[in-house]
Ligand binder design. Sequence first.
Ligand code: SF4
Length: 283
Amino acid sequence: MISDAGRRTKNERTKSGRTTLNFKQSKSILTPASGFISGFDFTLNPYSGCAFGCTYCYAAFFATTQRQQDDWGKWIDVKENALDLLKSLRRKPLTDKTIYMSSVTDPYQPIERELGLTRALLEELAAHHRVHLVVQTRGTLVTRDADLFPKFLSARVNLSITTDDETVRKVFEPACASIPQRLKAARDLRAAGVPVCITMTPLLPVRDADTFAEQLLATGADRFVVQPFHAGKARFAAGTGLAARQFAESFGWDDARYEQVAATLRARLPNLKEGKAGFLPRM
Ligand code: SF4
């Protein structure tokens, strides 16, 4: 039983790599969706915090305390009662609802390999509810659950592949899988019949837009989303956001360069959405 694995880990582990693990009781597991993903009914976050620690992470700004924002990437709260909370909904199964997993964490960050919490929640949803699911991740571990996605009313994996340049990737997403690994994960999901949307959100500095577009097309993904790297907004002018903005400048990545690359992507990629329009449940 996957949740038992989680309990065993709670007794034995307080760290995952450089990341501190906290096992916490949560009040709820499904949250009414709002803001950028308001097209969905609910968000589902098995964890808070994220060991991937991307320098530009917007989710960091939803952390409860300034300390958590400043330490983004160094802590994970595991919702240890998440499965029990979901099981409590069996009395009134969800029908034709849309769920976005996840909005403030990555459901396939490294600790998931050990805990299997995301998988346990997906198994529960697939077995007892009829919902449309969109999974948002940078984690190649998502391929592990390819067998579960066909059990949903509909399911799509939004896999973030944000640049073609490993030097750039290592600066902005140092703890994430490499770009070749993510391209392979997209191919593997498609080979397993899972719908895949590649999200370039935000689009990071790109070395060769034409070759990048070819690599993305070769995965078999049939949907794409691109949006610019937001910098300079009031909320973004602190902590990790400032670091990301400085990194972007160091790569010569500005509005003009973004537009150049985006124009190539628009010309080469079918079914390319931009910004919020790319985050509708059934685009
Ligand atoms: S993987 Fe997503 S949630 Fe995690 S740090 Fe990166 S952008 Fe934030």
